[in-house]
Design a protein around this ligand. Structure first.
Ligand code: NDP
Ligand SMILES: O=C1OC[C@@H](O)[C@H](O)[C@H]1O
Length: 359
């Protein structure tokens, strides 16, 4: 296969780490990079890391190392990049430790608990000259890129509203208070875990291809339902203005108490609508339907690269950036990560949701 090798070290051997590793190690005939799992580190027991490797490594090349601490992963000479897949409250320290060891980093969303933490990580990465990116995988899907293109081409005229919703879909009440999804000390709640996706879609839909400091100015209003120190249901409205001064509103909905509907996104324009749908969850869209002003409909279904959920797209993009010597992604630059963190800080401030890390 063409393409250089990128050697990954994983910290946190939980749910998403397994899916990510399954994707990057899925056999394929060709691709821009060959991804290698070099090490998996755990805070639990070396046996847990061994089990993780047993479950997800495909037996190709040298067996990855099962390590009993995250630090050993950061210090591994045969690791180029760390994939951080821990609860939200750990991201800042995991990133800082990996950067200190001179490793590149792909950190799961949300990058950190708040923008103050995010700025610290970004400053450390810039000082060390390593590549760092927040793993907002959805933005790298060919579907997301095509959707953004269609909107900018004006396939439904001027967009005046979008509504994107996401639900947890599991049995929230049966989760223990110590769950990463519920515990405020771990950054629990719907905003950081779920609403970050509708907010990212808003950027794709109304951001005119501009990210970070270039993103159009928006007015943020919100309402969060708080219970037990976290938010259970969110309504966030982002008010944009088109270059001609027309109002454009992105409504972002998230709830830990509901499921996501299959047609989870509706984009309304002056000349039609787009429905974004999924069979897997809004973070993993599987197609969209465009309906023009005459009522004619065109379907754009997408299938992921064989045997993958879609994490491979962000992993390949990261590899290409690193091989080219870049320290940031153009699709998900650090300024965009900080913009979204500041936006979520604002939403939490509007609703009195404070995490221990804010003080
Ligand atoms: N891109 C996506 O679609 C998804 C992204 N995510 C993101 O991935 C990250 C991890 O989520 P997920 O895999 O669901 O979480 P899990 O709870 O399944 O795994 C988290 C892992 O972090 C480690 N860990 C360290 N300290 C703690 C602690 N105090 N409590 C719990 N775990 C701890 C554990 O690994 P060990 O024992 O090995 O140290 C644990 O297995 C989050 O940032 C989340 O938002 C999650 C789901 C989907
Ligand atoms: O990123 C995510 O997407 C899917 C959700 O079920 C999960 O809680 C969240 O972390």
């Amino acid at each position: 296969m063409a393409g250089a090798q990128l050697r990954w070290g994983v910290v946190g051997t939980g749910w998403i780490a397994g899916m990510f590793v399954d994707d990057i190690l899925a056999p394929r005939a060709s691709g821009p990079a060959k991804h290698i799992l070099s090490a998996a580190g755990t805070t639990s027991s070396v046996e847990k890391a061994e089990k993780f490797i047993e479950a997800h490594w495909k037996g190709d090349g040298e067996r990855p190392k099962a390590l009993g601490s995250y630090q050993e992963v950061y210090d591994s000479p045969d690791v180029d990049i760390i994939y951080v897949a821990t609860p939200h409250s750990l991201h800042k320290q995991n990133c800082l430790d990996a950067i200190k060891a001179g490793k590149h980093v792909l950190c799961e969303k949300p990058f950190t608990i708040n923008s103050k933490e995010g700025e610290e990580v970004v400053a450390a990465a810039k000082a060390k000259g390593v590549f760092v990116m927040e793993a907002v995988w959805t933005r790298f899907f060919p579907l997301a890129i095509e959707l953004e293109k269609k909107i900018q081409e004006g396939v439904i005229g001027r967009v005046w509203r979008s509504v994107v919703q996401i639900g947890f879909g599991g049995d929230w009440n049966s989760l223990p208070p110590s769950s990463r999804l519920k515990d405020p000390a771990l950054g629990g709640g719907a905003l950081l875990d779920l609403c970050i996706y509708p907010i990212s879609y808003s950027s794709l839909i109304l951001g005119r291809g501009l990210v970070g400091e270039d993103h159009p100015e928006i007015k943020v209003t919100s309402s969060l339902d708080l219970a037990n120190g976290v938010d259970e249901a969110d309504v966030v409205t982002l008010q944009y203005k088109s270059p001609e001064g027309h109002a454009q509103t992105a409504v972002c909905l998230a709830s830990v108490l509901a499921d996501s509907p299959p047609d989870f996104g509706r984009i309304e324009g002056t000349e039609g609508t787009i429905t974004v749908y999924t069979t897997l969850g809004p973070s993993c869209p599987t197609g969209f339907r465009v309906k023009n002003a005459k009522g004619e409909e065109e379907d754009f279904p997408f299938t992921h690269a064989e045997g993958t959920f879609g994490f491979i797209y962000e992993a390949d993009a990261v590899a290409q950036d690193i091989f080219a010597g870049r320290t940031e992604s153009a699709r998900m630059p650090l300024a965009e990560t900080l913009r979204v963190l500041r936006l979520m800080d604002q939403v939490r401030a509007q609703n009195g949701l404070v995490y221990p890390q804010d003080n």
